[in-house]
Design a protein around this ligand. Structure first.
Ligand SMILES: Cc1cc2nc3c(=O)[nH]c(=O)nc-3n(C[C@H](O)[C@H](O)[C@H](O)COP(=O)(O)O)c2cc1C
Length: 191
């Protein structure tokens, strides 16, 4: 494993998630970026594996759902774009759904989410759908209007800050794991 090297994998249809993926790779510096379909079989050369997807039915898009179980024994960063507001129950639950699908031995290092403009074809379709559908009506309309401006420059700046935060977390974890191991050894020796 190469210290500090990132693999950035992403799934996208209309480009929002790809934009975030490119920014993550740029901010990580030492990074390889792959569309999900070109994901390398061996991810062990990477210290961090960042996985990005768009939300569909409150979870990762179907392509990503198929790929997540193939990722194992990795420090994972999950990133997602969605029509819903960041931090909403819908968005947070989607991270849990993605994390649940990962293969064995994965550890979540962090998560990043932002809104992404919604395909106009879908908006048009939804106008004519079941009125009980939570995506129909004025509230949904306002949410979609908010999403239409994203990802924006502010989101991209937040991505860079997020990556810096992940790097800090990695080095602090190393430091405190060593200290904790020492404390544990002292404790078991009865000091
Ligand atoms: C068929 C379809 C289903 C969607 N379902 C959801 C959803 O369940 N929750 C959500 O927040 N956004 C949903 N969205 C919005 C997309 O996740 C969002 O626009 C995303 O940024 C698209 O990413 P992309 O440009 O990388 O393809 C949906 C969009 C489409 C086209």
């Amino acid at each position: 494993m190469k210290d500090g090297k990132w693999a950035v994998l992403y799934s996208t249809v209309t480009g929002n998630t790809e934009q975030i993926a490119r920014r993550i790779a740029q901010a990580a510096g030492d990074a390889d970026i792959f569309p999900m379909a070109d994901m390398p079989e061996d991810l062990s050369p990477y210290e961090v594996v960042a996985i990005g997807y768009w939300l569909r039915l409150g979870g990762p898009d179907p392509k990503t759902m198929g790929f997540l179980p193939k990722v194992h024994d990795a420090k994972v960063v999950l990133f997602q774009t969605h029509g819903t507001d960041p931090g909403s129950e819908h968005a947070v639950t989607a991270f849990a759904r993605a994390a649940y699908l990962l293969g064995e031995g994965c550890e979540i290092l962090g998560t990043f989410g932002c809104q992404g403009k919604i395909n106009p074809a879908m908006i048009e379709r939804r106008k004519h759908s079941d009125p009980d559908d939570p995506h129909v009506g004025e509230k949904a309309q306002r949410r979609w209007e908010r999403a239409a401006a994203h990802p924006n420059e502010e989101d991209l700046a937040m991505v860079a800050e997020f990556v810096a935060q992940m790097k800090r977390k990695l080095s602090l974890r190393q430091k405190y794991r060593e200290k904790d191991a020492q404390r544990n050894a002292d404790y078991t020796r009865g000091r």
